[in-house]
Design a protein. Structure first.
Length: 136
């Protein structure tokens, strides 16, 4: 009686290893640079939050000016750097995160409703732009 051996040949094993190596070589570079993309996404998220907070602050100022609401808190925004002001005059609850700074035009948002484009610089020198609405 003959006994039948089962298993993979050396050629089959080498072929599988080569295919796995090719897959790893093409997929690995896409995952290596994820930290840069994550840092940029964090800066973009904070810039979006600032823009949204500026819009809500503007709506509050308009409602106060027209007498629709009783006196409530509004934050004075006359320049880009006012966005990151110290408490209690900060636009974001808790203020700007550590390591972030805002730059931009310092004279463009002096009247109610005037807008200016500001730049948020975060960690790893990632930047994002956002629009701020003036609230004197």
């Amino acid at each position: 009686m003959k006994t039948q051996q089962s298993g993979f040949t050396l050629i089959e094993l080498i072929a599988v290893i080569v295919v796995l190596g090719i897959l790893a070589a093409t997929a690995l570079p896409k995952f290596v640079d994820m930290s840069g993309a994550a840092a940029q996404a964090a800066v973009d998220g904070i810039a979006g939050n600032i823009s949204s907070a500026a819009s809500l602050n503007y709506a509050t100022a308009v409602a106060l000016a027209s007498g629709i609401v009783t006196p409530t808190t509004k934050v004075t925004i006359a320049k880009c750097s006012d966005v990151g002001a110290a408490a209690p005059n900060n636009l974001l609850q808790g203020g700007l995160p550590a390591g972030y700074s805002v730059t931009g035009t310092d004279a463009a948002v002096t009247s109610l409703g005037a807008t200016a484009t500001c730049t948020l610089t975060g960690k790893n020198s990632k930047t994002s732009t956002f629009t701020v609405i003036g609230v004197p």
